[in-house]
Design a protein around this ligand. Structure first.
Ligand code: F6R
Length: 369
């Protein structure tokens, strides 16, 4: 059942090309029109949406952060992302023109379920992005967009995360199609790039020996920092969370721009810092800014480990190690840059002799508040 892998975690990391492909399957026609028929909210209702609130916990909330960048860019609708357990206990402003998008692998996370119920009571439309057929959150939502990652057995989430990001992109493209905020050719182009993602993830998996070697060499690290910017920021948070969960190593993810506002004080000789570098094609020209962050931490003694796009030669000079991922459009990069970080955490934890499928103190679905 582990398909020849030693652990479910490893199997699920290697399942990711399929998870993304299956989540895309059948959701657009030959002309590039999106067909999301499980979305049982009328087109008119969707067109009247003025605000989107994404609710989730943990890894799923990082998929939500990626969704925010994509939906705001493509649909020009404001998107807030909030942890479910925080959302419920303030006085959020919601009405019938608010779309609440919950993201949950299990569909049973109590915090998220309660937040969705609350949003419904307040009159919001609710969509669930979920990996588990017939689970409670999709049952109680107005609509569901299933991720087809297949059952995720390992406690820490991997393939569900990539599938959630994929589903969030599809939702964003669908909304952009309805509201005509993107030209149909733009939607087609993005879909074509998405269709190439599974093969690109496979390429990363096929060339994982460098990252695995690094992970084993770093088994004694006591703290690891992760920096990212724009869509790379949630990737940095996810890289840090995986390392905490699987290897019990202190790890923090930061928005790279925040470095000078405090975290740079943590940097001293030998501090490992992963940097998720934006595409050189990013339209906000963040690439140069993040490269200068690499220089800043390196000048203070950090051991810099960089995840960058293939062909990006500029980072080589400042990085102790560079992991290249295949090129794609900047918005889609999280589907690729996440993968080396998952492999790193899994391999490092395995090198330490830990059970990566059942990390201590954690449960697969958190059904208590
Ligand atoms: C991290 C992880 C958790 C879950 C979180 C939400 O590896 O597994 O952070 O992402 O508990 O769970 P779901 O998505 O089932 O609502």
């Amino acid at each position: 059942e582990k398909g020849g892998f030693a652990t479910f975690m490893e199997k699920e990391i290697y399942d990711q090309p399929q998870a993304v492909a299956d989540t895309l399957l059948g959701r657009s026609d030959a002309e590039g029109n999106l067909i999301l028929d499980e979305l049982r909210i009328s087109e008119d209702e969707l067109k009247s949406i003025r605000k989107i609130i994404v609710l989730a916990c943990g890894t799923s909330s990082y998929a939500g952060m990626v969704a925010k960048y994509a939906i705001e860019r493509w649909c020009r609708i404001p998107v807030e992302v909030e942890l479910s357990h925080e959302f419920r206990y303030r006085d959020p402003i919601i009405d019938a023109n608010t779309l609440v998008v919950s993201i949950s692998q299990s569909g049973e996370t109590m915090d998220t379920l309660m937040a969705v119920r609350y949003a419904k009571e307040q009159g919001a439309r609710t969509v669930s992005i979920c990996n588990t057929n017939g689970s409670t959150i999709p049952r109680e939502s107005d609509a569901v967009l299933y991720t087809h990652a297949g059952p995720e057995i390992a406690v820490a989430s991997t393939k569900a995360f990539l599938a959630q990001i994929t589903a969030a992109y599809l939702l964003g493209l669908y909304m952009a199609q309805l509201t005509k905020k993107l030209y149909s050719q733009e939607i087609k182009d993005i879909l074509a790039d998405l269709a190439e993602i599974p093969a690109k993830v496979q390429q990363i998996l096929d060339n994982a020996s460098q990252i695995k070697d690094l992970a084993r060499a770093m088994a004694e690290a006591s703290s690891v920092l992760f920096l990212g910017r724009n869509v790379g920021y949630p990737v940095a948070l996810e890289g840090a969370l995986k390392l905490k969960e699987l290897a019990y190593i202190h790890a923090e993810g930061f928005a790279a721009g925040e470095l000078k506002h405090g975290p740079i004080a943590l940097i001293d000789e030998g501090q490992p810092v992963f940097v998720v570098v934006p595409s050189p094609m990013d339209r906000h020209s963040l690439h140069a800014k993040v490269v200068s962050n690499i220089q800043e931490v390196r000048a203070r003694g950090a051991k810099t480990i960089v995840v960058a796009e293939a062909g990006d030669e500029t980072v080589k000079e400042y990085a102790e190690q560079v992991f290249y991922v295949p090129e794609t459009q900047p918005m889609l990069m999280p589907l690729l840059t996440t993968v080396p970080l998952q492999i790193f955490a899994c391999e490092l934890a395995t090198a330490k002799g830990y059970d990566v499928d059942q990390p201590r103190n954690l449960a697969k679905s958190v059904t208590v508040e």
